[in-house]
Design a binder for this molecule. Structure first.
Ligand code: DLL
Length: 431
């Protein structure tokens, strides 16, 4: 462990530390951020009344719209001269959300990322290739400073130029790859085309995050790159990467609870759910100086796991994110999560981990088409076998969702590849 005294803390001591830090955060936010001042006043709450974790549930939620409404710096709790770094995320609509860090925040951030790297099995001996895009996105810089803090070697290659990535990986003897899971799949694919065998590389571990992925995708990555693929989670509004990460047991992502308080709520009612139930993750920062976030609705769907982990870390874990509250599609009244479909697709021998969901409207009726890349073998197989394969998947998805879907098999390498976050849903109804 990178910071064993915290990561394996006794739960009673941890909860005491959380409460102290929470109270300091609430006080500071109330005094320094107009948004929180009004939020508390409108709810008739004073920060000092929040004395227990249960009291926390009295505070109203903060949503992404708060950052947009107070664009660019209105949510900052410190004057701009104390802010030493700014990142932002473009989002899908409206103004970007802007986040800031004090010098102290950057120290915490790099430590948190170092913890996540160590949990994934990385050490100061490793050579780490960062294939996230450097820029306003928090992924690359967040990981970069974490690697330096750990004392490993960082190769800041950034995203894109996949053939060069592979050459560097081979020649510089990269041992750890950092990128999105979808880009890792693409790298593996290009390697195959270039005739580079995973045995020619020194790669051992992948630290992947920034988008949802399934166990099926993990398996494909591990088999094609000969590595151990680990998951880590974060979001810019909270800090960036470094919020939670898997240890070697890969049984959920340890949430860094000495810096963030996690709750799970029912996304429809806002009620806090009992431990273990699936719902929307709500996070409160308790050490952030520049941008404290109180009961922030992440939109990510997961559940908390509290059974002890063999690694010795006492922090609760979150199950891998199964989707977002806002990527649920409603098609003819049926709720559809892309992850449900991904699960079925990846169970099929011959299905490639590349697919797209196309939602459209014909007259008054919504339609869903699943475009799936298949292996050369299936694509160039006898018509009859191909048809059987397609029918089987179509049936499985239709019966799971209770909705007729159309499955189209497409030639290998025809769907768009991305070097960052994958875009798997195209909803033409909104156009
Ligand atoms: O993606 C921060 C990050 C960078 C995390 C690198 C891990 C590694 P944003 O661009 O603000 O920040 O996007 C945050 O991405 O709310 C989730 O929906 C999704 N996300 C991030 N990590 C995971 C993950 C970064 N491991 C949004 N699994 C979050 C599933 C993830 N979804």
């Amino acid at each position: 462990m990178w910071e064993k005294e915290y990561e394996s803390m006794d739960r009673t001591d941890l909860e005491q530390l959380q409460l102290e830090r929470l109270q300091a955060t609430l006080n500071r936010a109330y005094r320094s951020v107009r948004f929180y001042n009004q939020l508390f006043d409108q709810a008739g709450i004073l920060p000092e009344e929040i004395k227990t974790m249960d009291d926390l549930a009295r505070i109203p939620f903060t949503r992404k719209s708060a950052l947009r409404d107070n664009y660019p710096y209105g949510m900052f709790a410190v004057p701009l001269r104390e802010v030493v770094r700014i990142h932002s995320s473009s989002g899908t609509s409206g103004k970007p959300t802007v986040v800031g860090y004090t010098r102290g925040d950057l120290v915490n951030w790099s430590n948190l990322v170092a913890r996540i790297l160590v949990a994934a099995g990385v050490s100061s001996e490793d050579v780490i290739q960062i294939a996230f895009g450097y820029g306003l996105f928090t992924g690359a810089f967040g990981l970069h400073y974490g690697v330096e803090r750990l004392g490993a070697s960082v190769i800041p290659v950034s995203s894109g130029n996949t053939e060069k990535q592979i050459m560097i990986m081979k020649d510089y003897r990269t041992t750890v790859l950092v990128c999105t899971p979808s880009y890792a799949l693409h790298i593996a694919e290009v390697m195959k085309e270039m005739g580079v065998h995973p045995n020619e590389l020194s790669l051992k571990i992948g630290c992947f995050g920034a988008e949802a992925w399934s166990e099926g995708i993990r398996k494909k990555i591990e088999e094609s790159l000969y590595i151990r693929a680990t998951d880590n989670y974060g979001l810019s509004e909270i800090i960036g990467p470094g919020v939670a990460g898997e240890c070697q047991y890969k049984c959920g992502l340890h949430i860094q609870e000495d810096h963030f308080i996690a709750e799970i709520i029912n996304p429809d009612t806002g009620e806090r759910l009992p431990l273990g139930e699936e719902g929307e993750l709500v996070l409160t920062t308790i050490t952030k100086e520049a941008l404290p976030m109180i009961r922030y609705r992440t939109g990510d769907i997961t559940r908390l796991l509290t059974d002890p982990c063999p690694c010795g870390r006492t922090f609760v874990r979150m199950a891998r994110v199964s989707g977002r509250t806002d990527d649920m599609l409603i098609i003819r009244g049926v709720n559809v999560f892309p992850s449900q479909i991904e699960y079925i697709l990846l169970e099929e021998e011959g299905a490639e981990p590349h697919y797209q969901l196309i939602v459209d409207r014909e007259g008054a009726l919504d339609t869903l088409e699943v475009r799936l890349e298949v292996s050369d073998k299936i694509f160039y197989d006898e018509m009859k076998l191909q048809q059987e394969f397609q029918n089987r998947i179509q049936k499985k998805i239709s019966s799971l969702l209770g909705l007729n879907v159309k499955v189209t098999l497409v030639e290998p390498r025809t769907l768009e590849r991305t070097t960052g976050k994958a875009r798997r849903v195209i909803d033409n109804r909104k156009l």
